[in-house]
Design a protein around this ligand. Structure first.
Ligand code: KIV
Length: 263
């Protein structure tokens, strides 16, 4: 996919599509080559790459830096960049400028969490020609207010609120919406009701597309295994094994071999 029209077409054609997070150039290049339809420079970069305990530590500078790296790695990819914590709460003008920086760094679109209190920001971004992806359900930037990483939309009232927010996002002109950690039946209903693309993470298999955090897919963190994610390889084990072999080779003077020494 290289634009928001492709999202709409995939939804019309009921063709499920796959997104992954990406934070660096070489991974972005490989994921694009694998056919991943869009890359998300998620604010999860603060945790995955920078080792912070939550996404509230992502800054505008961090998001710009990683968006530019991903763009350099995957010049043809559709790239969505997260608006970091509080960047949509500093007034419409600051939010539009922040999103503009992300687009100048190479993003095709921006994603922002929640809706209450920044509807005007969504409308202004869309009105400024910036494609917007919403993010409802578990919104990690509000994790302290939500009381942890819990499933959202479980009560009838909460489900109703989420459906209303999804409708509002569509009315405001968002082209897509991430639904994180909500019951599968609710995600299915929102996907059917809405004409914008619904991308699930921990939301069952009936959404228009799926997104995963790339380090979860690669199994890079041995101690972190979210229930809704799937580990497609043991990246931690592979890195550990390769690094141990290298250490052994250096200590035994097996590396470098003569053929690895520049003449
Ligand atoms: O930052 C992120 O990685 C995300 C995904 C979990 C959707 O927002």
């Amino acid at each position: 996919m290289n634009g928001i029209l492709e999202f709409a077409r995939a939804k019309r054609e009921r063709r499920p599509f796959a997104l992954l997070t990406a934070y660096d150039a070489v991974t972005a290049r490989t994921l694009h080559e694998a056919g991943v339809e869009a890359l998300l420079v998620g604010d999860s970069v603060a945790m995955v790459v920078h080792g912070f305990p939550s996404t509230v530590h992502a800054t505008p500078e961090m998001m710009v830096l990683h968006t530019a790296a991903v763009r350099r790695g995957a010049p043809e990819a559709m790239i969505i960049a997260d608006m970091p914590f509080l960047s949509v709460r500093r007034g419409v003008r600051a939010a539009v400028e922040g999103a503009g920086e992300l687009l100048r760094a190479g993003a095709t679109a921006v994603k922002l969490e929640g809706l209450a209190g920044h509807e005007e920001v969504v409308a202004s971004l869309v009105g400024s020609g910036i494609p917007v992806m919403g993010h409802l359900g578990l919104t990690p930037q509000s994790v302290h207010q939500l009381g942890g990483h819990r499933i959202q939309g479980r009560t009838p009232a909460a489900a109703e609120r989420l459906r209303a927010d999804a409708l509002r996002l569509e009315q405001l002109g968002a082209f897509a919406l991430v639904l994180e950690c909500v019951p599968a039946a609710l995600a299915k209903a929102v996907t059917r009701e809405r004409s914008i693309s619904v991308i699930g993470i921990g939301a069952g298999r009936d959404t228009d597309g799926q997104v995963l955090v790339v380090s979860d897919l690669l199994g890079l963190d041995a101690g972190f295994r979210p229930k809704f994610s799937r580990r497609y390889t043991d990246g931690h084990g592979a890195i550990l094994q390769a690094a141990r072999r290298y250490v052994g080779d250096v200590r035994a003077r097996r590396f470098p071999a003569p053929r690895e020494v520049p003449a």
